[in-house]
Structure formats: structure tokens, C-alpha cells
Ligand binder design. Structure first.
Ligand SMILES: *Cc1c(COP(=O)(O)O)cnc(C)c1O
Length: 346
């Protein structure tokens, strides 16, 4: 493994926020069930910041950049039950910065009371100003509105930093998953086993792109299965490739990966973002009952559905470590309580 002092990742401003390294835990009962000796979960649901999740790692680089620019207020936009917005609010609290979040109504057909539970409840307890944005999946309108909020802050004499997640901005957050790739390689090496495969949810693609680019950066040829949670594989695949190439260039290695490194499947996506399938629900129940993992219906439950299915299909290497990345989402589970009420199953 690369000496940390020589690692180009350390050249980017970073705020220490996540509880890391997160544990790499053997999946004892899944190993028994599938007769596979080397299955692990990477507990990125335990990163801290008001109930954990993958955004803690990504926010380390956004807040690093915000601090480097002398910002006093950090802005972000996301879905009503956004884990990113909640961990952004928590990060700002930790660092003594202001934060304002915009929440978009992206998922139609959710029951009343979304503002009383899950991530939204935590946003309110964290006490950051919330701007509600009514239009569903219109990324550019939501981004424009966030810029207006930033202008208002400037007009009041503040220095806003806007976290841009769109594909036209550098994938700073993905650097956090280069860090995660390093941890996984160090942890499997410490157990004396080489890494064969990683399964991770693929949404904005920051985690997926960071993981595959990080693995190649540290010399691993392990396979990364990206489980689509936001859009069809035909759209997600080029997005992950583009983000990975940009990230590789940021690390000074523009030729690090090619199209064949990117694997995406939308077999577990169902009708789309925030819409769990029967498979998602049963994966959530398997996670809880076999391993006491608390997965969520939007992201990690779909990814775990993919993990178990790939295992069942024999798609995972049998003689190497296979790692499921638990990206968190625990608070979101409570916003979907209706699924476990009579008649609630999709
Ligand atoms: C955002 C999120 C994801 C998707 O991660 P990306 O880096 O956006 O692809 C997965 N799981 C959880 C719990 C999330 O909040």
C-alpha cells in the first residue's frame, strides 16, 4: 500500500468529521447460509454525525474546501428525507459554521407527516434553517433556487459555500470513498485475505466512483458492483465512469481506469428513487434478523438486496473477501414505517 505521506489524496483540504476507520465485521450468519467463508460488512452507518452514513466521508472534503475558502455558511439541497442534508447540518454544528438546507419533494406518494420523523426530525433538532422546495426531480431548478439563497446570505454580509453535487462540478465528495477503499484494503490485509468484490449503492455515484477509483489507486483489482438506487443503469453507468475519470485525474492518474471497471445493475431499483420493492423489504428484514443491520428502503436496503442476490447467483468470488458497504440511511427507515403496517407491503 502507498505510504500515506505520498498519497495525493492528502493534498485536498479535509475537515475531520467521520468516526473512522469504521469497523469491518464478518457476516457470520450470511456466510453460513450461503456457504461462503469471507463475507464482511463495512459499517459506514457508524460514521457518527447524528446517526451515521456515507455522507460523513464526503462532507469531510466539502467542509475542508469551505473552511479553506473562509466560508461561514454551508448550503446543500436534497430530498425531504435527505441523509446528506442531515449530516451536513450536523457537520456544520460540529465545526461551528452556519448551515441552511433546502429540501425537495422528490418522492411522490409518501404518507403525511414526513416532517415529523426521520432525517427531517433530526434537521429540526439540529436547528438549521430549512427551505422547502416543492418541485420533484428538477435538479437544475433546485440548484438555481439554492444559488438565490446563497445570494441572500451574501447580501447580508455572509460567506456562503454551496455544496454542488451535480455532474458539472468536481467530485470532491468522492475523495471520501478513496479513503474508504484504503480502509477496506488495510482491514482485509490485516485479516490476511485479499479483497475480491465490493457491493455499494450507486446514487450520485460519489461512493461508487470513489470506491472503484480508490481501489485501483491503491493497486487492487477487486470488482465493484454498483447497485443503482436513483436511475437506470444505462444512465448511471456513464455517470459513474465520468466521475471516476475526473477523480482519477484529480489524483494525477488520468489513465487509472476504463469502462470495464464500471459495473452497474438496476435489477434492484424497482420503480425508481425512494420506491422500495418487495425485494428491498425482504433484504431489510434479512439484514435485521440475520445480522442486526438496520438498512433503509431508499439506498442500503436495495444495495443489500443486490448483495444477497449476487451471492445467490454465484457472481461473487468464493476464495476472496466480499464486502458489503453499509452506507447508512438509518433515520430514513422511520419515514417508511407504513411499509410494515398491515397492507403496506409494495
Ligand atoms: C446518498 C446515499 C447513498 C448513495 O451514495 P452516493 O454517493 O450518492 O452514490 C447510499 N446510501 C445512503 C444511506 C445514502 O444516504
Amino acid at each position: 500500500m502507498l505510504d500515506i505521506a505520498d498519497d495525493p489524496v492528502t493534498g485536498f483540504p479535509r475537515a475531520t468529521l467521520a468516526h473512522a476507520p469504521t469497523p469491518l465485521v464478518p457476516l457470520e450468519s450470511v456466510m453460513r447460509r450461503y456457504g461462503h467463508p469471507h463475507l464482511y460488512v463495512k459499517r459506514d452507518d457508524l460514521t457518527g454525525l447524528a446517526m451515521g452514513g456515507n455522507k460523513a466521508r464526503q462532507l469531510e472534503y466539502y467542509f475542508g474546501q469551505a473552511l479553506a475558502e473562509g466560508a461561514d455558511t454551508v448550503l446543500i439541497t436534497g430530498a425531504i428525507q435527505s441523509n446528506f442534508a442531515r449530516q451536513c447540518a450536523a457537520s456544520a454544528r460540529k465545526l461551528g459554521l452556519n448551515c441552511e438546507i433546502q429540501l425537495e419533494n422528490r418522492v411522490q406518494g409518501m404518507p403525511e407527516g414526513q416532517e415529523r420523523t426521520g432525517n427531517y426530525l433530526l434537521d429540526r433538532i439540529l436547528g438549521v434553517p430549512v427551505h422547502l422546495f416543492p418541485v420533484g426531480e428538477d435538479e437544475s431548478a433546485a440548484d438555481d433556487n439554492l444559488e438565490k439563497i446563497a445570494d441572500d446570505i451574501r447580501a447580508r454580509g455572509g460567506k456562503p459555500y454551496v455544496i454542488h453535487l451535480g455532474a458539472d462540478h468536481a467530485p470532491l465528495g468522492a475523495l471520501g470513498y478513496v479513503d474508504c477503499a484504503r480502509e477496506v484494503l488495510e482491514q482485509t490485509e490485516a485479516r490476511g485475505i485479499s479483497l475480491g468484490a465490493v457491493v455499494v449503492a450507486s446514487g450520485s455515484a460519489a461512493s461508487h466512483a470513489g470506491m472503484i477509483t480508490g481501489l485501483r489507486h491503491y493497486g487492487s483489482d477487486a470488482t465493484v458492483f454498483g447497485i443503482c438506487v436513483r436511475r437506470a443503469a444505462a444512465l448511471q453507468h456513464p455517470r459513474v465512469l465520468k466521475r471516476s475519470m475526473e477523480l482519477a485525474a484529480m489524483l494525477g492518474k488520468p489513465d487509472l481506469l476504463t469502462d470495464t471497471d464500471i459495473i452497474t445493475t438496476d435489477d434492484y431499483l424497482g420503480e425508481g428513487y425512494g420506491k422500495p420493492t418487495a425485494g428491498t423489504l425482504s433484504a431489510i428484514e434479512r439484514g435485521a434478523r440475520d445480522e442486526t443491520l438496520l438498512l433503509d428502503p431508499v439506498y442500503s436496503g436495495k444495495a443489500y438486496d443486490g448483495f444477497l442476490s449476487l451471492l445467490g447467483n454465484g457472481a461473487m468470488p468464493a476464495d476472496k473477501a466480499c464486502v458489503f458497504i453499509h452506507t447508512g440511511g438509518t433515520p430514513g427507515l422511520f419515514a417508511y414505517a407504513h411499509l410494515w403496517e398491515p397492507g403496506g407491503t409494495p
